[in-house]
Write a protein that binds this ligand. Structure first.
Ligand code: F6P
Length: 346
């Protein structure tokens, strides 16, 4: 029997299990046996997999995380990595591999396709920074988490007449801080794409207090920068196998800005890193449905022999786009989008 494989790589995103379920059910209906490789590319390199059945994936679309586990293994960093992957796929009689991941995992998938492997991609990341798709799954759940957190933080922050500085995931792209901050009523939003100035936040806070609105909510992406404060950050020097430093730990941007605001204004200020709370838990309806549609679409692509491509949401419809269009450059926030949010600052 022909087989297809599936793996989930990079930071997990709510909706991954919906993809796994949809791929499994559609592939079995198309006559394939389905191998779920464990821990992303690590399982592919080590031939570590489980056979997925309809019973195994029955209603997993309602759960966050990924039943296949994830890792940030980079095949390009492993000696003869792509040759090993191709050999393992051939040994296991896997006709095509489905890689569900963000820029890094899809980048590896693209290199595997270039090396002659049959592979298709599914765009996943809470950061929403993959090109050639309107949205990645996981993003909607994550921004709802941010919104709920801000809703809760508003009441306690106002009760104490404090400033609250909230650090939101997003190293290079500010989609989560922007959409979560807008939905959650942040009074100021800073994103990595546009350097910010803490003087501006200070002014905004002073004006709010002077106008009798005696509290302030500041939403900052973990990768946002005030060039004057960069020296005060103490981030971990540790890098993952794709060369990314670890943000969201150590003395991050929210802590530094909070200290600065308290010192300058004398107003009691607190900071919080929302961290992995943004990624955990059950997916929203949107992400369950998006993951399901993407999973069904990639199996259609496999049946049509459309390899080296990614299933994507474009204008509400499912499309097959070249992996080359999806990777290489991140989809960052166009500056004009922050201008919309700015109308509601203060
Ligand atoms: O790529 C998704 C993401 O959640 C980023 O927003 C964040 O910077 C990173 O992963 C955190 O990674 P880890 O879980 O490895 O600390």
């Amino acid at each position: 029997m022909k087989r297809i494989g599936i793996l989930t790589g990079g930071g997990d995103a709510p909706g991954l299990n919906a993809v796994i379920r949809a791929v499994t059910v559609s592939a079995i209906d198309s006559g394939y046996e389905v191998l779920g490789f464990l821990r992303g590319w690590a399982g592919m390199l080590e031939k570590d997999y489980e056979i997925l059945t309809k019973e195994r994936v029955y209603d997993i679309h309602r759960q966050g995380g990924t039943i296949l586990y994830s890792s940030r293994t980079n095949v390009a960093k492993v000696k003869d990595g792509f040759e090993i992957v191709k050999r393992n796929l051939a040994d296991l009689n896997v006709y095509c591999l489905v890689a569900a991941g963000g820029e890094d995992t899809l980048g590896v998938a693209k290199k595997l396709a270039d090396a002659g492997g049959n592979v298709v991609g599914v765009p996943k990341t809470i950061d929403n920074d993959v090109n050639a798709t309107d949205y990645t799954f996981g993003f909607d759940t994550a921004i709802n988490r941010v919104m709920e957190a801000l809703d809760r933080l508003h009441t306690t922050t106002e009760a104490h007449q404090r400033i609250m500085v909230v650090e939101i995931m997003g190293r290079h792209a500010g989609w989560m801080a922007l959409h979560g901050g807008m939905a959650g009523g942040a009074h100021y939003i800073a994103i990595p794409e546009v350097p910010f100035d803490t003087d501006e936040i200070e002014k905004l806070c002073r004006e709010r207090y002077a106008a009798g609105k005696k509290y302030a909510m500041v939403a900052i992406a973990e990768g946002a920068e005030d060039p004057k404060l960069t020296a005060k950050l103490q981030r971990s020097a540790e890098k993952d196998s794709f060369g990314h430093i670890r943000l969201g730990s150590g003395r991050g941007i929210a802590e530094v800005v909070a200290e600065e605001l308290q010192e300058r204004t004398g107003i009691e200020t607190r900071h919080i890193q929302l961290g992995h709370l943004q990624r955990g838990g059950d997916p929203t309806a949107f992400d369950r449905v998006l993951g399901t549609r993407l999973g069904v679409k990639v199996v259609e692509m496999i049946n049509a022999g459309e390899f080296g491509k990614m299933a994507a949401l474009r204008g509400g419809e499912m499309e097959a786009v070249p992996l080359a269009d999806a990777v290489g450059e991140l989809k960052t926030v166009p500056p004009g989008r922050l201008d919309v949010a700015k109308r509601f600052f203060g």
